[in-house]
Design a protein around this ligand. Sequence first.
Ligand code: BV8
Ligand code: ZN
Length: 248
Amino acid sequence: MTIENDVIKRISNARSIVFFTGAGISAESGIPTFRGKEGIWNKLRPEELANFDAFMRNPALVWEWYKHRMEIVHSAKPNAGHLAIAEMQNIFKEVTVITQNVDNLHRRAGSKTIYELHGNIERNYCVKCKKFYNEDFDLGGGAPKCSCGGLIRPDVVWFGEFLPEDQFAAGEKASRSCDLFFIVGTSGVVYPAASMITIAKNNGAYLIEINIEPTEVSSLVNLSITGMSGEILPNLVKAIKDFRNMKD
Ligand code: BV8
Ligand code: ZN
């Protein structure tokens, strides 16, 4: 895959870059996406699992699902796409990751400025006293309970729940001030997270989408690069380094 020189030049001259990522960037780490062919929503209905009422109705079932996903996340490794985004921090002064993913792989890849709009599956808290818990739970005795007697839940944002204010505000600020906004591996259908895209566009940023297929947001972007993010992103980093060396 060759990326046009004028695109490399534009990227290389960027002042502030945002990577807005979704489940697709973790697909090559073996973590199933939500809406793709093998997507987890296809098998399970979000209404039954990713919402608070479902959790309070049947905490053990929801915990079974999250425990299963935690195991996948724990054994997953950051892939070349996550690592390339982390590497971009050594080339550019201002690189921000705004992710909808809850799998911690950007942090494990070495990215520093990360805003997690939908929480983090490796954090949990008590619904009653909000005490945080990180350790693993054996689900032998059903859903884990806090010392105060309250139910412990995964620290992820479920449907109908508000996004963490500080993360959303910081993501909004970065989207408002960047001049280059990558959209990597997301179907762009979940709101208000996906509103970051229009915020960046309205601020005049150059939008580049990296996805294996067209999405709901493809019509908004300046450039769509079709392919696997784990291949495209490392190639991009290499092309930028080559371009910079040629210039120096
Ligand atoms: C809320 C939980 C009240 C954690 C998830 C307008 C405004 C506000 C809300 C709404 C609105 N319209 C509708 C709503 C309600 C709802 C919503 O957006 N529903 C959608 C489905 C229509 N939003 C909410 O409920 C949100 N809260 O509304 O609160 C409110 C109201 C007003 C204002 C503020 C608040 C809460 C949403 C969060 C839900 N939680 N997950 C967990 O269990 O994981 S959603 C889930 O979807 C994940 O978080 C995921 O990250 C997110 C987005 O999905 P994607 O990451 O895009 O993944 P997907 O599978 O869809 O796509 C993968 C893409 O990758 C594909 O395009 C594929 O082609 C591509 N791909 C695959 N492999 C590769 C690849 N690309 C590159 N390389 C590859 N190798
Ligand atoms: Zn408690």
